[in-house]
Design a protein around this ligand. Structure first.
Ligand code: F6P
Length: 427
């Protein structure tokens, strides 16, 4: 963990809510965000335990609270997942996300007591939805493709799932103040209740969740057009676009006009560096420049080629080669540092409901790409983000769809000193 908080106690985020309220979506998003920030995070999904132990095809009767056998089996599964989470948190784990309905007070009390006995603090995250159209949309978007309903005709699957929801509704109890710390999000963020959330990490999780929404709009990532330094094989600097880079800026304008013709419904962000701002100039659209999007600061190596660094500063060259993710240029930055300063950009990207085009730089875009695709952060310095290519990422319920559009294929990729594959010991 490198996003250091003074409070190093282990944390369990316990999801609460009826089925199809977006608990698993939220759990996975939070897990991806915290992993990206450097916390060892894992989701323990009780539904997956059920599928593994009992098979996928359980009909709604299994979830009926009056079905004693079903209730007993469900409790055992919940306790198995809890045992695993506590064991994991007792070792290397830092944040466990316990993803189940946890719909009764008794179950939550049991979970909380066990976690606290193990020295783990608990934050309940209740997702509540009074807008039934959101629930219906969620059922259709995620449940019909769930392994629970593989090969089941859609109408039958929807009917069974509604019956399952009704069983949970019969026994559902909202979290109350005497149960401890909780956050309750109603109708995808339209209403928020917070009770006793005061730690560094929990406040951060809360801030993140507050900004999530379910609109699946694309995010376009592109490096600036080729710069004078790119052409000379030099890193860093703040140089102008080369003629090929200017041609890319025009190609990008054509691309946006074709795919996103309504300029008012698209957001353009650049770094504050000349090459990024110049790439946005021909777009004819309003853009906003963020310093947080500036390229990794190469410190005393700024303006050098990788070969010059290898010859003149062999120790630095070797150190970066050994651990490119953590290596910090003297008086400059590491990839880890870049991730830390990108946090407000991630929050804004999550918050924005319009398509966003980000015109930035290789290292910065690798870090953003790693966040959206859930790539292990240590791999991020090796990701391929070529010049003159638009990466279109469209987040969906449980991941991200990716398309790549090379707009000027004749431009050679920027020189990078390291092989495009990470060292063998990376996962
Ligand atoms: O070469 C272009 C560039 O954006 C440099 O300014 C920056 O130092 C480098 O890419 C980052 O890539 P890497 O981490 O592979 O050196």
């Amino acid at each position: 963990m490198y996003d250091k908080s003074p409070d190093r106690s282990k944390l369990a985020l316990v999801m609460v809510g009826l089925p199809a309220r977006g608990k698993s979506y939220t759990a996975r998003k939070v897990s991806r965000y915290l992993s990206w920030l450097g916390y060892t995070t894992k989701v323990f999904n009780v539904g997956e335990y059920r599928r593994q132990k009992l098979g996928a095809r359980m009909q709604h009767e299994f979830f009926d609270p009056k079905n004693e056998e079903g209730a007993w089996a469900r409790r055992l599964l919940a306790m198995d997942a809890l045992d695993d989470m506590c064991h994991w948190l007792g070792n290397a784990g830092e944040v466990g996300i316990y993803d189940a309905t946890n719909s009764t007070r008794t179950r939550r009390l049991e979970l909380k007591e066990r976690c606290e006995r193990e020295g783990v603090s608990v934050l309940f995250v209740e997702i509540h939805c009074s807008d039934l159209s959101l629930v219906e949309a969620n059922v259709k978007a995620t449940k019909l493709t769930s392994p629970d309903y593989r090969d089941v005709p859609p109408q039958e699957a929807v009917r069974d799932f509604r019956a399952r929801i009704a069983h949970y509704e019969a026994a559902y109890e909202s979290v109350r103040e005497d149960e401890g710390s909780f956050v309750r999000i109603t109708d995808a963020g339209r209403r928020l209740e917070i009770h006793r959330v005061d730690g560094y990490l929990t406040s951060r999780v809360l801030f993140y969740i507050m900004n999530l929404h379910l609109t699946h709009r694309p995010i376009l990532l592109t490096r600036h057009g080729e710069s004078v330094y790119n052409r000379g094989g030099l890193i860093g600097g703040d140089t102008d676009l080369s003629p090929a880079g200017q041609a890319y800026a025009h190609a990008l304008a054509d691309f946006l006009d074709k795919h996103f013709p309504d300029s008012k419904s698209t957001v353009i962000w650049t770094s504050s560096m000349r090459r990024a701002v110049q790439t946005a100039n021909p777009l004819g659209r309003t853009s906003m420049a963020w310093r947080a999007l500036d390229e990794i600061d190469a410190g005393i190596c700024d303006g050098m080629s990788y070969e010059q660094i290898r010859v003149q500063m062999p120790d630095e060259y070797e150190a970066r080669k050994q651990d490119k993710f953590r290596y910090r240029y003297p008086r400059g930055e590491s990839y880890q540092d870049v991730i830390q300063r990108l946090q407000p950009v991630i929050i804004e990207l999550e918050r924005t409901r319009k398509p966003v085009a980000v015109i930035a730089h290789q290292a910065v875009l690798r870090a953003l790409y790693a966040y959206f695709t859930g790539t292990e952060v240590a791999r991020c310095p090796y990701l391929s983000v070529p010049l003159h290519t638009v990466l279109k990422l469209t987040p969906h319920a449980y991941g991200c769809h990716e398309e790549r559009f090379p707009l000027s294929p004749n431009i050679p990729p920027a020189h990078t000193q390291l092989p495009s594959t990470p060292p063998g010991d990376l996962p």
